[in-house]
Design a protein around this ligand. Structure first.
Ligand code: SAM
Length: 454
């Protein structure tokens, strides 16, 4: 049985606890840390699966777990952080996973508490978990206020639930919050100059993966089962991990090999390299990111994918007129820094790290970048603006503002170009909004703005 094999090690739970204590207390990108840990410890596919389940599941349900533990521990702020995360992780397994018996979870937690702490912590852990095993946990149904109940049940901050309800109504908000609690299959993009989607899918299937062609891009593959970071196709850079909705960007840029492209906010280079592939490694792409180190990551990614038409540099997109003359680019991509509320499914830590004021600060940066790069686009060229958030202030409202202040641009209607199988919302006069509940992909916004010919 799955749990018997992995339970014997304890290393997986110990790793999960380390990661949770770190991400939960200091913040950080859970998916990156998780992949690093799987790589470092050389976990088997089954152990990597359990580790992912424990880290994602516990993080995704942090506030609900806190609520469930409230009768046993009134002031959770006073508990040593790793002990708190050990309890969250254990209660998550007891109440939300059904394949591991309670007594095994409690034993494992007590052992971990002994190893990491001392006998006193072990006996405290044992006491709390045994009382939950005996008495159960409080129901969220007793919370009268609907928004508050949804916030706790799905572990979203109350201000965000209120904000979404105001922007999209109760039903969409409920669906969004509930979908954010579900794990999402990973997706990859093939480098079409090195392999084809068909070949890659055949190889993955032969190696026991469960895969499906993505409706978002002819290069995309959805992985329902299997660990891609351990597979040859990933190790040898024949494929790149990329969310499906992100793949739409290059698909909708109307690219061909002779074009000059500016990617203003490019790191880590997921979209830049997709653009380069679509241009068959010809033409020219100038990729910038505020951080020099991140810009180097774009170059490394390009190199591993054998793409040579990308020049990456660390530079502030709000100053790019110092670097380039007016009207030199045929396409400009502003994949803007944003609140990231569309990617909660794959990065649950985002729910807890962002504040409402961040949305307004980010919008100022988004406006400034758009404003600054607009003159660099050739007449008749296209400016693509995208974010991985679902907030109207950063999406359709930002586009409205841009169009009002730049009458030489028009919003292009993308409906005819979008894949038929795709569920999305067309926001009249601004662009495409994808919600997490629309597909097995991140929530995403994008628009294509055409500069009028003179
Ligand atoms: C959404 S991410 C880009 C993701 C990237 N396009 C991809 O597909 O891999 C936004 C990026 O904008 C960068 N950024 C933030 N402020 C910037 C600025 N003023 N100028 C250029 N880049 C900036 C961030 O460092 C971050 O890497």
């Amino acid at each position: 049985m799955f749990w018997v094999r992995t339970m014997s090690k304890g290393t997986v739970r110990s790793s999960a606890l380390e990661l949770l204590s770190r991400i939960g207390e200091e913040g950080g990108f859970s998916h990156v840390l998780l992949n690093q840990e799987i790589d470092k410890r050389k976990f088997s596919t089954a152990d990597a699966g359990l580790l992912t389940e424990l880290v994602y599941g516990t993080l995704q349900n942090r506030d609900l777990l806190q609520y469930w533990l409230h009768p046993s521990i009134k002031n959770q702020k006073k508990i040593t952080p790793w002990v708190k995360w050990l309890l969250y992780m254990s209660v998550y397994q007891m109440k939300m996973l059904d394949r591991i018996p309670d007594h095994a979870i409690i034993n494992e937690a007590v052992n971990l508490a002994k190893e990491k702490g001392h006998k006193g912590i072990a006996s405290f852990t044992n006491g709390v978990l045994r009382s939950i095993q005996r008495d159960g946990v409080p129901s969220v149904e007793v919370i009268e206020d609907e928004e508050e109940r949804l916030a706790i049940a799905t572990s979203h901050p109350l201000w965000l639930v209120k904000r979404w309800t105001e922007q999209y109504g109760e039903e969409e908000t409920r669906e969004m919050c509930e979908t954010n609690q579900l794990r999402m299959p990973e997706s990859i993009r093939v480098q079409p100059m090195l392999t084809s989607r068909e070949e890659a899918m055949e190889e993955l299937k032969a190696d026991g993966f469960k895969v499906e062609a993505s409706p978002f891009s002819e290069q995309g593959i959805i992985i329902h089962e299997g660990n891609i970071i351990k597979h040859r196709l990933f190790r040898e850079s024949l494929v790149t991990i990329q969310d499906q909705s992100s793949m739409l960007v290059a698909e909708l840029m109307k690219l061909d090999s002779g074009l000059s492209v500016l990617d203003a906010c490019a790191a880590p280079g997921g979209k830049t390299t997709h653009i380069a592939e679509k241009m068959k490694n010809e033409g020219s792409i100038h990729a910038y990111d505020l951080h020099k180190k991140k810009a180097r990551a774009i170059e490394e990614k390009a190199k591993s994918l054998k793409l040579t038409n990308i020049k990456a540099e660390g530079f502030d997109a709000r100053k790019l007129q110092e670097k380039h003359e007016a009207e030199v680019f045929d396409r400009i991509l502003v994949d803007a820094p944003c609140s990231g509320f569309g990617v909660i499914r794959s990065k649950p830590d985002i729910k807890y790290s962002k504040e409402e004021k961040d949305i307004y600060n980010l919008r100022e940066i988004q406006d400034a970048i758009l404003d600054h790069v607009a003159p660099l686009l050739t007449a008749g060229g296209s400016l693509i603006y995208s974010t991985c958030t679902v907030d109207r202030h950063e999406n359709d409202e930002a586009v409205h503002h841009f169009i009002e202040t730049h009458p030489d641009f028009i919003v292009e209607d993308l409906r005819e170009e979008l894949p038929e199988a795709l569920r999305y919302r067309w926001i009249e006069g601004t662009g495409v909004q994808i919600f997490p509940q629309d597909a097995d992909s991140d929530g995403f916004f994008l628009t294509r703005l055409k500069k009028r010919s003179k």
